[in-house]
Design a protein around this ligand. Structure first.
Ligand code: PMP
Ligand code: GLN
Length: 386
């Protein structure tokens, strides 16, 4: 048999699946893969359920139900004063994962360079490589995860086509500040580079931090693509409804790419997301506030165990240095160890790096019921004798 595609055949199984399977095998509390253990708003689910029975159930328009694209346009206006034409500047996708693939496949040519900031979400590198493009990695280092300016500047060159910015950033739980965004924007403009922004955690910022889409900075709208995920906004990660907002000049080819990857996304779910996006501000504030309380709860528990816990400014996650507990192996070994021996699963942070070696952090997901978080802290505490 002739060989499969080299990039895809060379991949392992994603860490989220690996750790979730391990958690199931050992019956441990799964704080690895990022998903809430309580489904999002019942009224949103009810609209989807009704739409499943009453329709629409057939192919919706290729770029999304008009009512959803209009709701997306209104959402971007309401929260960020960004204006996108729902007819030509918004494409609904089957999750942010598809949105990312549409942008990479639609815009990259073989030999183009793409700057990827690590730690990074694991779907980026293989799809960039499958597009024939070359990733250029720039590492942010714990515990501050600050943007390394000299390295970033050095990564931009004549072949740079795109930079990917994940803000808030998984798994660093970092929220980029305006000055950092201004630096990235300046480099994008100077080098005529597209900024692909993965903003799936846009409504999960803590401690009063405000989400700033880089698309709103001067000179950036025409070169920025903003990716969002209803899974994260409505705590319904299995729904896989996402979208892309961007200038018509870029969205045309992205729509053409989407048409041959998934073509459309379930219309009943789209209808419910359209309804959800119009919820009043208290819903969005409650989402972030509730998650912040969960962060505080887990951080307090982990600190009591003896971890050196890093700041978490947003997302579902917090990373913690386990060296103070006296564990000398790698983070992969640590996460396996606590799954098997303590009954709690986390994700090793090294898997989010391609160029740098960071092997002493475990990422914990706190989008779980309080009792589960308390139980996890207790199990770790009992195991490490804290
Ligand atoms: N980007 C980041 C940074 C993520 O953490 C995730 C996982 N939820 C995704 C994209 C994928 O989102 P979706 O489930 O909408 O495909
Ligand atoms: N985004 C989630 C995380 O970082 C997982 C998504 C997935 O399992 N593919 O944990």
């Amino acid at each position: 048999m002739k060989p499969a595609n080299n990039t895809m055949a060379g991949l392992g199984t994603t860490v989220f699946e690996v750790m979730s399977r391990l958690a199931m095998e050992y019956g441990s509390i799964n704080l690895g893969q990022g998903f809430p253990d309580q489904d999002g708003p019942e009224d949103v689910r009810r609209i989807a359920a009704d739409a499943l029975l009453e329709g629409p159930n057939q192919y919706p328009p290729m770029t999304g139900l008009p009512e959803l694209r209009q709701a997306i346009q209104a959402h971007a206006r309401r929260f960020y004063s960004l204006d996108y034409d729902w007819r030509s500047e918004i494409v609904v996708t089957s999750g942010a994962t598809e949105a990312l693939a549409d942008c990479f496949f639609g815009l990259l040519n073989p030999g183009d360079e793409v700057i990827l900031l690590e730690p990074l979400y694991d779907s980026y590198p293989p799809i960039v490589e499958r597009s024939g493009a070359v990733p250029r990695y720039v590492s942010l280092q714990p515990p501050e995860w600050s943007l390394p300016l000299a390295e970033l500047e050095a990564a931009f060159g004549p072949k740079t086509k795109m930079i990917l910015l994940n803000n808030p950033m998984n798994p660093a739980s970092k929220v980029f500040r305006r000055e950092e965004l201004e630096t990235i924007a300046r480099l994008c403009i100077e080098h005529d580079v597209i900024c692909l922004c993965d903003e799936v955690y846009e409504h999960l910022l803590f401690d009063g931090l405000q989400h700033i889409p880089i698309a709103g900075l001067p000179g950036m709208r025409e070169r920025t693509l903003r990716i969002a995920s209803a899974g994260k906004i409505f705590s319904l990660t299995g729904w896989k409804v996402g979208w892309i907002e961007g200038p018509a000049e870029l969205m045309g080819v992205i729509a053409k790419t989407h048409q041959f990857i998934t073509f459309t996304t379930p219309p009943n779910l789209q209808k419910a997301v359209a309804y959800g996006l119009a919820k009043d501000d208290s819903y969005f504030e409650g989402l972030a506030g509730g998650m912040q309380a969960k962060r505080d709860r887990l951080v307090a528990g982990l600190e009591k165990v003896g971890f050196d816990v890093l700041p978490s400014e947003g997302t579902y996650f917090v990373s913690a240095d386990f060296r103070p507990l006296g564990f000398n192996g790698t983070d992969v070994e640590f996460c396996r160890h606590i799954t098997v021996e303590a009954g709690v699963t986390a994700v090793p942070v090294s898997v989010f790096f391609r160029s740098a070696k960071v092997e002493d952090l475990a990422r914990f997901c706190f989008s779980k019921q309080d009792a589960i978080l308390d139980d996890a802290s207790k199990k770790l505490s009992d195991h490490f004798g804290a």
